[in-house]
Design a protein around this ligand. Sequence first.
Ligand code: SAM
Length: 360
Amino acid sequence: PRDQRTESAECLIREGDVVIVYERHDRMKQATVCKGKEFQNRFGVFPYCDWIGKPFGSRVVGKKGIGFVYLLKPTPELWTLVLSHRTQILYVADISFVVGFLEIGPGKVVLESGTGSGSLTTSLARSIAPLGHVYSFDFHELRAEAAREDFKRNGLGSLVTVAVRDIQGQGFPEDLVGRADAVFLDLPQPWLVIPHLGRYLEGNVPLCSFSPCIEQVQRTCEALTSNHFTDIRTFEVLLRSYDVRTQTFGSLSMTGVKEEIAAENLSQVRKLSGQKRGRDGLKQTEPLVMQGHVLTTEEVTNGKECIPALSSSSDIGLSKNPENTGVERNSSERIVARPYPETRGHTGFLTFARQGSNLN
Ligand code: SAM
């Protein structure tokens, strides 16, 4: 069993381990190490027996020296990126907000419904370990079973109990009254459960409900208000990642360099114009600026450096003082920041509340 491994042995890959196979920062897969079998991807063929005994984090090369991947130890953040989607899931931006706002930490007991694909549950389990517990409920038997299987494979079986129950129809089980430190709902009609939550939330226990649509949020808030909840707050978490790097530009006066910069700028323009629509259909076009001035297409193609508008030093938390950060280390080096094209847009709204009567 896992617990009997020493800390250094924990870092070595063994038969039966779940491994995150990292191909690129936006392309990862899960695999279970199985002697005699092989992992295949578009880069090559990787016999699992080559992985056994290697430390997590190793780079391994495929058969005949073709292709390579990195073998990472699963974390809840990585698991969210590789799990089998049996439902829509919560992603890391919302998950970290939920864990922080519900003050979920070691030893806490959390009630959750629905379990779905277990994305949130995996993070909850890590947060409450080693002595807390997550009681997760889903009315879909196959989903509950698949989630149980995933938690077992990830060594979380003892921290999570998944039960099949119609929470909107029946509420949480009686034997959990007075046990919860936090309650989380990701249900289509959370307003049906809210009237029955009172006894589970006694003692100022916080509640969070996730809903993708604002109409659901409105109905949830109405139910919270009419059931005397207080501290009702709804958040939308939007995450934007930047690729920040130092880029070398030649002097505009040097022969030949101008064309080089123009070519570089054109390729950046093409990359940026490819970001016009994100997965949520929102426009994500970035104007190109240099020292506060938005560049015209002509200026860009004629050889001025281009930096997306939101990459000014204050936006990316960097000082313009060269001694401090080296934003302008010399005339030809600049720190530039581009938003990643895969930046996620709207996923949903998080509504937090507490039971009013306990605050009086
Ligand atoms: N938060 C989960 C995650 O991060 O993976 C995703 C939850 S998924 C969107 C919603 C789940 O709620 C589904 O698995 C569905 O079966 C379950 N569900 C819907 N109505 C339910 C009910 N009345 N009682 C219990 N579970 C329900």
